[in-house]
Design a protein around this ligand. Structure first.
Ligand SMILES: NC(=O)c1ccc[n+]([C@@H]2O[C@H](COP(=O)([O-])OP(=O)(O)OC[C@H]3O[C@@H](n4cnc5c(N)ncnc54)[C@H](O)[C@@H]3O)[C@@H](O)[C@H]2O)c1
Length: 359
């Protein structure tokens, strides 16, 4: 049964003190990720129970229960008595973000949780960072892997010296992404899809990197034709700590993989993040130690909860959400995209580990 969607939000939402969730952009990220996280957290003490205002140009065909739709940002802002109490989840495609943040700031909104990627490129990232600073907006950009219990476990193992000194990080985040890439022109290269999450995690675990050592990309080939650089990408970073990160994302992969491998001077850690929200568990194993460590893991929900705590003044800034860090991720991805050498998609035959280019 479909939920009823009232068309016009009543005035009175957003009284000071009580956060009112507003989701701008109700596609995959807005509905399936942010709204589901809010539903899971509703009533937990930090996220309020009750309706969520959803702003999308298109009336949602199948909204989650408790949705109140507004067809435009001005309509949604007009419904808020105290826009400074709203928590806006910005989940539109990256191209519209700066204009939307400007309109939100002009409307009095001060708390935004924004989807990745941070910006279309370094110039837009700098413009957004300046805008956020001038308008005194708390902008928290989604940082999925830094909020993961798997990452926290891995960081604790590293800090405890379980594999000695860290030498290399390898993160593969691959999945079959044919339909969405062909139907939806929101992304022009594989550097914009999974790699923002991957670069952020590499900086989070291994520290700052001065630049990109090498990068590759491959086309998305189907019977309908070939789209350059949308089939997958790989890049290598050398961190100031000396650690080398290799980050790979094959969007023509027949299977979903979210595997982190860390090599140290005295051993190796292999970790798998949950492959979707359907089964929120990840696993970690340390070489030479028996058994896998199984951990419940719902990183986006954790991140959203941490954001609401931060806005309420009861928690610190969520890990990996700092605009300056996302600005750096944008710069590194732009450099990788510009330097990427075209190659063919990795072979399926004889492939036990990915990619072939690893040192
Ligand atoms: N964190 C993650 O794991 C994750 C996963 C998927 C997508 N994303 C990111 O989320 C963003 C959105 O991706 P998506 O897959 O949900 O796209 P989508 O195309 O499924 O949905 C976008 C929605 O935004 C609406 N929209 C566009 N411009 C708007 C505007 N100005 N005002 C109001 N509504 C507007 C569209 O009508 C559409 O419903 C992208 O930046 C993407 O990279 C992040």
């Amino acid at each position: 049964m479909r939920a009823v969607v009232p068309a016009a939000p009543p005035r009175g939402a957003g009284r000071p003190g009580r956060p009112v969730p507003v989701i701008v952009g109700y596609g995959h990220a807005g509905r399936d990720l942010h709204h589901r996280s809010l539903t899971a957290l509703a009533g937990c003490g930090t996220v309020p129970e009750g309706e969520v205002i959803v702003v999308d140009r298109v009336r949602p065909a199948d909204p989650l229960p408790g949705t109140r739709w507004a067809g435009s940002l001005p309509d949604a802002l007009a419904a808020l008595d105290a826009p400074e109490s709203a928590v806006v989840h910005l989940a539109t495609p990256v191209a519209d973000r700066i204009a939307t943040v400007r309109a939100l700031a002009a409307g009095g909104v001060r708390r935004i949780i924004m989807e990745k990627p941070y910006a279309e490129g370094p110039a837009a990232a700098r413009e957004l960072t300046a805008l956020v600073h001038e308008a005194r907006i708390e902008l928290l950009t989604v940082a999925v892997w830094p909020s993961s219990t798997i990452t926290r476990q891995v960081a604790a193992l590293l800090a405890g010296g379980r594999i000695g000194r860290l030498v290399s990080l390898h993160l593969e985040q691959s999945k079959p992404r044919f339909r969405r890439s062909l139907e939806n022109g929101a992304h022009s290269s594989a550097f914009e899809i999974e790699l923002p999450h991957q670069v952020l995690l590499a900086l989070h675990l291994c520290g700052a990197a001065d630049g990109v050592e090498a990068a590759w990309s491959w086309p998305l080939r189907t019977e309908a034709g070939s789209v350059p650089a949308l089939g997958g990408a790989e890049l290598r970073l050398r961190h100031r700590s000396g650690v080398v990160s290799t980050l790979a994302s094959d969007l023509t992969s027949p299977v979903r993989v979210r595997r982190l491998r860390l090599r140290g001077t005295d051993g190796e850690i292999v970790a798998h993040y949950p492959i979707s929200g359907d089964d929120p568990f990840g696993q970690v194993q340390v070489t030479g130690e028996p058994g896998r460590i199984l951990l419940p893991d719902a990183p986006l929900t954790t991140f959203v909860e941490d954001c609401y705590r931060f806005f309420a003044g009861t928690g610190g800034r969520p890990a990996g959400s700092d605009p300056q860090l996302h600005l750096r991720v944008t710069e590194l991805l732009a450099a990788a995209s510009a330097a990427a050498v075209p190659r063919e998609a990795p072979s399926l035959l004889g492939q036990t580990e990915f990619p072939a280019h690893e040192e």
